[in-house]
Design a protein around this ligand. Structure first.
Ligand code: URA
Ligand code: SF4
Length: 210
């Protein structure tokens, strides 16, 4: 498994977006509608890194356009971060799902093997960007960068160093981890508290950006 052979030798973001549609680096392309690369201004000072496209992202071909995306948009607005300041993407580019709930396909988190297989896409994408900071949305993104022992609950809210094994043009000055916006949707009784904690972490990111 692995996406290397599908990643263009001289990538640009549009080329990556086109080429990911051909990827057979793992089996996830089979049950997905399309590959979903990141979206936003390539010059953005902040990169938000999620897990994988969801049901709606898979159909739209864009990240964070479904329910979790709406939570994220609200949280960014409440943290004072305008949408033009962020580039948003995911560690895995195809939607992993199994079974239906009504008309919606049920999300399944990607396995470590999928994250590893998809890494060449993320690395190529990150090399096209020059963010000052990166916010990791949830455990899958955290584990993708820092390894399987990463825990959002322990790491959230404080500055982490960019991992040395991810070569980029200009290493981001800091990384912050926070909960995934879909965890806010799942937190029934504590939804407001979970949302407030997400906003607080994004405010920290806003302060670091200055
Ligand atoms: N959840 C993610 O992690 N990414 C998306 O793009 C949508 C939902
Ligand atoms: Fe390729 Fe990633 Fe899609 Fe797997 S999930 S087929 S590695 S783009």
């Amino acid at each position: 498994m692995g996406a290397e052979e599908w990643v263009p030798e001289r990538p640009t973001l549009p080329r990556l977006r086109a080429a990911v549609q051909e990827c057979r680096g793992c089996e996830l392309y089979r049950d997905a509608t399309q590959g979903v690369m990141g979206d936003g201004d390539p010059e953005a000072e902040l990169v938000l890194l999620g897990e994988q496209p969801g049901d709606q992202e898979d159909q739209a071909g864009e990240p964070f356009v479904g329910p979790a995306g709406r939570v994220l948009d609200d949280a960014l607005a409440d943290a004072g971060i305008g949408p033009e300041r962020v580039y948003t993407t995911n560690v895995v580019k195809h939607f992993r799902w199994s079974g239906m709930r009504g008309k919606r396909r049920i999300h399944q988190s990607p396995k470590q093997a999928h994250v590893a297989a998809c890494r060449p896409w993320l690395d190529a994408e990150l090399r096209m960007l020059r963010p000052r900071g990166v916010v990791l949305l949830g455990g899958t993104a955290g584990k993708a960068l820092y390894g399987p022992s990463f825990k959002v609950g322990e790491a959230r809210g404080r500055q982490l160093a960019w991992p040395e094994d991810r070569p980029v043009a200009v290493p981001p000055r800091w990384v912050l981890a926070t909960t995934h916006p879909s965890a806010v949707l799942r937190a029934r009784d504590e939804r407001q508290a979970a949302y407030d904690a997400l906003v607080a972490d994004l405010r920290t990111a806003a302060e670091l950006l200055g």
